[in-house]
Design a protein around this ligand. Structure first.
Ligand code: EPZ
Length: 429
């Protein structure tokens, strides 16, 4: 298994191109199942999760191709891909594929809407929590689907097609919002989704569906109204820049010091996280080409944070922010409200010398003057990257094991960081 070796203590200076967002690319790729035309997606990051989703879509009969070479070797590494679901050959998403990546469960929405049937494995729990699928089931039932659970699979059918309805999410869910928006696009009549997720990835998907001929209004607010249409066509659409990658590198600079331009990053996608970072002492400015993050000399100030659905502070930046707070000048409290078990990084940050205590969903972090490099590992993507950024600021050598987690969500992490002066390399097993 590959490892990442870091020798900490260097400032980051230079530019980092921000890739297309993993969490926008995945639902956009799944939307290809809604049409028998070709969906072309630009700025798709080259990541293990994207590759895994092409295998899952391939199993349903989707043709996949990559346009030419990388868009620009200078400006990032994301690619343009074409997906064509002209012939859906199988409406089953099997356990061995769905269990590798939870988002593949989302195929249930387009399959039931277009094919009127789907058999999709339940994804099971994962490292960050139990992550149930009750909202998907309730929501699709509200649109008239019949759903049964049989031997670990959801068997869904809607022989006469889905019918629009009003559905109030009892809890904000990004995935269930994506799925109901896709399903309702091909339902008969009007669907109103209330308490919908407002994440930028939902807006990116709605914009794409509208280009494909859907009639969706209100994405980005908590009420989304969808007028069902008979069919959708192909389109060409661009994946938004990755706000979590942006926030991660911004926190890395805040931690190591230095001056980095995050090229292609968009301030409007992460205003809360950027304002927390400036409270912590980073200088953030918006430039034409992206977001500049600087920290010179002054120490890191402690800031309390609670994760919330968008536009609140994102759970996907909680681990990285905790990494930053381990070196703050004082005590901070970080509360996780989205997932019940998203603190796996705590014990590993402690191996680097961090002082963190946990009580329920709140971590209390007492900043230390220095971290010291060590061997660490993590069981999820964002936890792993928090160890990388802590390692960049720690004295001496840090080795991060289980790099495959990083490969799921960070495109060319070592290249981007070493391009700014970090000493970081991948050691292949
Ligand atoms: C998306 O997951 C992201 N994944 C996650 O990013 C992100 O952490 C999460 O949204 C929250 O922002 C992708 O976009 C691929 P949810 P999702 O449904 O859609 C509960 C990363 O590191 N819930 O918004 O699966 C759920 O258990 C990943 O890139 C139910 O109770 O998250 C959680 O507590 C990790 N029942 C809360 O809602 C349901 O039926 C929010 O989850 C569905 C969800």
């Amino acid at each position: 298994m590959d490892r990442i070796r870091i020798v900490g203590g260097n400032e980051l200076n230079g530019r980092i191109p921000i890739s297309g967002a993993k969490n926008a690319a995945l639902p956009l790729m799944i939307a290809a199942l809604l049409t028998d035309d070709t969906l072309t997606l630009e700025n798709v990051p080259h990541l293990a999760d994207v590759e895994q989703l092409t295998r899952i879509l391939g199993n349903h009969g989707v043709d996949y191709s990559v346009n030419g070479r990388r868009e620009s070797q200078q400006e990032g590494y994301s690619r343009t891909i074409n997906l064509s679901a002209r012939n859906i050959v199988d409406t089953t998403a099997p356990y061995d594929l769905v269990s590798k990546m939870r988002a593949s469960f989302w195929v249930i929405g387009p399959l039931i809407a277009r094919m009127r049937e789907a058999r999709v494995s339940l994804p099971g729990g994962c490292a960050i929590g139990t992550r149930p699928v009750d909202l998907f089931i309730d929501g699709l039932q509200a649109l008239g689907a019949e759903l049964d659970v049989d031997r670990g699979y959801i068997i869904a059918s809607a022989p006469k097609g889905l019918v629009g309805n009003r559905y109030v999410f009892p809890k904000v869910s990004v995935g269930a919002t994506h799925v109901l928006m896709m399903a309702a696009s091909l339902a008969r009549g009007e669907t109103v989704l209330e308490n919908a997720a407002r994440e930028p990835e939902v807006v990116n998907l709605a914009d794409c569906l509208n280009k494909m001929g859907a009639r969706i209004e209100g994405a980005g607010t908590s009420t989304i109204v969808i007028q069902g249409v008979e069919g959708l066509s192909g389109a060409r659409h661009r994946v938004i820049p990755d706000r979590i990658e942006t926030g991660t590198y911004a926190m890395a600079v805040a931690m190591t010091g230095g001056d980095v331009l995050l090229e292609g990053a968009r301030t409007d996608l992460l205003e809360t996280a950027l304002s927390v970072l400036s409270d912590a002492g980073a200088e953030i400015s918006t430039e034409q080409r992206g977001i500049r993050v600087k920290r010179n000399g002054n120490g890191i100030k402690p800031v309390d944070v609670t994760t919330e659905p968008f536009p609140g502070f994102p759970t996907d930046l909680q681990a990285q922010f905790m990494g930053l707070m381990t070196m703050a000048q004082g005590r901070s409290q970080i509360t996780e409200t989205i997932f019940e078990n998203r603190f796996m990084h705590v014990q590993e940050l402690a191996r680097l010398g961090a002082h963190i205590s946990l009580s329920g969903q709140t971590a209390t972090v007492d900043g230390v003057a220095t971290l010291k490099g060590a061997q660490v590992m993590a069981t999820d993507l964002r936890a792993s990257v928090s160890l990388v950024i802590a390692g960049l600021a720690a004295e001496g050598e840090t080795t991060v094991n289980r790099v495959y987690h990083l490969d799921r969500g960070f495109e060319r992490l070592e290249e981007k960081l070493s391009g700014c002066g970090a000493v970081i390399e991948r050691i292949s097993a």
